[in-house]
Design a protein around this ligand. Structure first.
Ligand code: ANZ
Length: 804
């Protein structure tokens, strides 16, 4: 009978659950292996076929490592706070908590149907008060260390979206909300901010020791954006004001021909002359709604306005006009630049547009039509003349420092982390604002501060969170009768995911985030797999919190995720991103029903290298199923019995391919090269079909190798051999290096020095066996034609020489 995937997969899933096959041991005597998936947001759509790709990869590692004797931590949970659920709840009138519970149930069902070997007893959910108690606790530690503060920050305000909502940068497309397309305006609003910039250097330096894809490390470096340059002070002519600029090119100071301030720079109002006031005001109004990204886009037209005032270049006393311009950001450096149009592209474009002077200070191509950004000898630069860029930078900064008008400065692109959202479905920030203007944290022993249940989660309309309307939650009175109001902002979705990997180690501990002994055992994640879209935010925030917890002594490792791998995207069969609107979405439930989870797992691992994006192929899927059927028929006959050729006798025909398969598959799994591991399994099956016998020891070994990819079929085949235990409890197969070398050689048969025959023989065949084979050879017999040889000599491993 053909392989019955539906019944067999259910049977083993049931068995695993009943026997708690994947439960992580709490004994700490075995070596540990922590393999983690990025936990999903439980959306209403359920799992997508992209999810099982990474999940199968980690599942293979988890299953192999258990068989290799490791205590494996392979958990799963849900990152369930956030906008999509809140929006859905607002739209349908449902409660976000109920929506989350329904979606989580569906996700869990789908994951179990895929045969993923999670220890479900450790499941976490970021919306569970028992979990977010610790998210709030971490916030309190940050606050106590002065790493959480409040500030007025520009936010994206969409007054028409659900009666007035603040949206995150990532939720805006072309100045409109991604959902609904409502217009967005930039307005200042009070926000909680976390001082991630205080950790910039450590976040940068500790990247070096991580086994992460270089591209991801590079994105993090870019995001942190450490740049070493100088701060230079320019006096404003006729006023007692200074403008500090940040430049990475102090060497070009003699080429500065004007200054540009960000339109929001605080000095603008002070220095603008009456004649220029209208122009400056009009310009500011025109750019108010542009995002930073649009303003610094190199391809966008640069514009600005003259303030009417002048600054003095400290190095040569020259008078430089002060402009404001859209390409200078208030939030970077000092919000002011010295413009060197001869050697900087943006300055050049601006100078051309407003007819400002361009002065070349580095020898090279002419600079009238385009800036020269290369290196070369400095010219028109007084004491810097003749020096190259690096020499001139050092000399200029030395001069500035000596004269007290500047100094070396390190600047970061990284900004502090805006940590509040004006929404309902998030962790409450455990702060009380008292009527007397003071602030206190909710005492640690009163955590969690629970999110109040309410039927009204519509935004307040004022830009504040819907929580402001829940008066009996918001208003508090202390023992002295003092009145206060709870903070109504909630935490951003990134909060709960910034430390969840630690909770899996000790998920039910009511007293501490993680028991120090347990943490010391599990340390950090050995392998973390997820999509490359999390390259920066999630991975940077988690690294930041981990370092805070390290400083607090809660964790003993410097970094949370030692090795990182990204899975590619599974595209639609038309090579486009899968999306509902394109009608090319494949639902894993359908695949599991028709072909089985093992087929889906095998197919996704065999499609190509894990990190590559590949289009879905129905043919490929069917091919994977056909191969599994071929494996089944190799071992099991039509009556569901072991085939006759499965025997306890090993005739050594499969020695070499078997040992090679064990070696290669083991190494390829460990290197996450699943497609090449599967190719090797296929080679073995082909050879096994050609062999006369199938030694039991090799079938068992092969089942163990197949099992991590196709665990249901693995268990089903295994129970023909060892019905009393799961394959998961067996030892991983080993190989014998000696068996990998070519075991047979070609022996040639000569008669009177002429080649008359040959045969493939064991390398160590005896002289007698060789002679016997030579004399029995058909060709040799024909040549001898009955004559008795005078002499027969065998040279082991080479030839048999017959003389007649
Ligand atoms: C003069 C100069 C001459 C510059 C030259 C560059 C080339 P990174 O490397 O990204 O740190 N800059 C400084 N603050 C800015 C702001 N708030 N908005 C926009 N641009 C700003 O870039 C630093 C350079 O970007 C600085 O060096 C400054 O221009 C500009 F041939 O100063 B430079």
């Amino acid at each position: 009978m053909a392989y019955q995937h539906q019944a067999i997969e259910k049977k083993w899933q049931h068995y695993w659950e009943e026997h708690q096959t994947f439960k992580t041991s709490t004994d700490m005597d075995k070596p540990k292996y922590y393999v983690l998936d990025m936990f999903p947001f439980p959306s209403g759509q359920g799992l997508h076929v992209g999810h099982p790709e990474g999940y199968t990869a980690t599942d293979i590692l988890a299953r192999m490592k258990r068989m290799q004797g490791f205590n494996v931590l392979h958990p799963m949970g849900f990152d369930a706070f956030g906008l999509p659920t809140e929006d859905y709840a607002i739209k349908t009138g449902a409660n976000p908590k109920d929506v989350t519970a329904t979606n989580v149930k569906n996700f869990r069902r789908q994951m179990k149907a895929l045969g993923l070997s999670y220890d479900w007893s450790r499941e976490v959910n970021t919306t569970d008060p028992k979990y977010y108690k610790w998210t709030q606790w971490i916030f309190e530690q940050l606050y106590k260390k002065g790493l959480a503060y409040e500030d007025k920050i520009m936010v994206n305000w969409a007054p028409d979206y659900n009666g007035g909502t603040v949206v995150a940068n990532e939720e805006i497309i072309d100045g409109k909300t991604e959902r609904g397309g409502y217009p967005v305006y930039r307005v200042p609003m009070r926000q909680w901010v976390l001082k991630i910039t205080a950790y910039a250097d450590r976040l940068l330096e500790d990247l070096e020791d991580l086994d992460w894809p270089e591209a991801i490390k590079e994105q993090q470096r870019h995001w942190i954006g450490r740049s070493i340059g100088a701060a230079v002070n320019f006096a404003v002519e006729g006023q007692d004001e200074q403008i500090e600029v940040f430049t990475t090119r102090a060497d070009t100071l003699f080429g500065a021909t004007y200054l540009v301030l960000a339109p929001e720079h605080e000095l603008v109002e002070k220095i603008v002359t009456p004649e220029q006031a209208d122009a400056v005001t009009a310009f500011k109004a025109a750019i108010a709604s542009k995002s930073d990204l649009e303003r610094t886009d190199l391809n966008k037209d640069k514009s600005g306005a003259f303030t009417g005032s002048y600054a003095v270049n400290p190095i040569n006393g020259e008078k430089l006009p002060i402009w404001i311009g859209d390409y200078v950001l208030a939030s970077y450096g000092t919000g002011a630049v010295m413009a060197v149009p001869a050697h900087d592209a943006r300055d050049h474009e601006f100078a051309k547009k407003y007819d400002l002077p361009i002065r070349q200070v580095i020898a090279g191509d002419g600079v009238t039509d385009a800036p020269y950004t290369g290196d070369g000898a400095h010219i028109q630069s007084d004491f810097l003349n003749g020096m190259d860029t690096e020499e001139a930078k050092t000399a200029a900064i030395y001069w500035l420092t000596e004269h007290g008008v500047g100094q070396k400065k390190v600047n970061y692109r990284l900004r502090d982390w805006i940590f509040s959202r004006q929404r309902y479905w998030g962790e409450p920030i455990p702060v009380i604002n008292w009527a007397d203007g003071t602030k206190t944290l909710v005492p640690e022993d009163e955590l969690p501060l629970r999110l109040p249940e309410t039927d009204n989660i519509m935004p307040s309309g004022t830009g504040e969170s819907p929580l402001v309307n829940i008066e009996d939650w918001v208003n508090v009175t202390d023992e002295q009768g003092r009145h206060g109001k709870r903070e109504t902002n909630t935490m951003p979705q990134w909060a709960g995911s910034s430390w969840y990997y630690l909770r899996y180690m000790d998920p039910h501990n009511p007293d501490v985030l993680v028991d120090p002994k347990v943490e010391a055992y599990w340390q950090n994640v050995d392998l973390y797999v997820g999509g490359a879209e999390h390259a920066v935010l999630h991975l940077l925030y988690a690294r930041f919190w981990h370092k805070i917890l390290f400083d607090l002594g809660v964790v003993t490792t410097k970094e949370p995720f030692q090795k990182l791998a990204n899975q590619g995207m599974i595209l639609g069969s038309n090579h486009e991103k899968m999306s509902k609107s394109k009608g090319n979405v494949v639902n894993p439930d359908d695949v599991v029903a028709e072909y089985g989870a093992d087929t889906l797992r095998l197919y996704e691992m065999f499609m190509g290298p894990l990190e590559q994006s590949i289009a879905w192929s129905e043919d490929g899927l069917a091919g994977s199923r056909r191969w599994l059927d071929r494996v089944w028929r190799l071992v099991i006959d039509d009556d569901n019995q072991l085939r006759d050729h499965v025997t306890t006798v090993n005739d050594h025909q499969l020695d070499r391919v078997y040992h090679e398969t064990v070696k290669k598959v083991t190494a390829h799994y460990a290197d996450l090269r699943f497609n090449t591991a599967i190719s090797q399994l296929m080679i073995f099956v082909n050879e096994a079909y050609k062999a006369d016998n199938l030694p039991v020891e090799y079938v068992e070994g092969f089942i163990k190798l197949l099992y991590p990819v196709a665990p249901h079929m693995g268990e089903e085949l295994w129970h023909y051999f060892q019905p009393e235990m799961s394959v998961q409890k067996a030892d991983w197969p080993t190989y014998d290096e000696a068996k990998l070398v070519e075991a047979t050689v070609e022996i040639v048969f000569q008669i009177n020095g002429k080649l008359r025959g040959k045969a493939q023989m064991a390398k160590d065949a005896s002289k007698e066996a060789m002679i016997e084979a030579a004399l029995a050879d058909e060709n040799v017999q024909r040549q001898l034609a009955g004559a008795t040889p005078k002499k027969v000599i065998a040279v082991p491993g080479k030839l048999v020489s017959i003389v007649v």
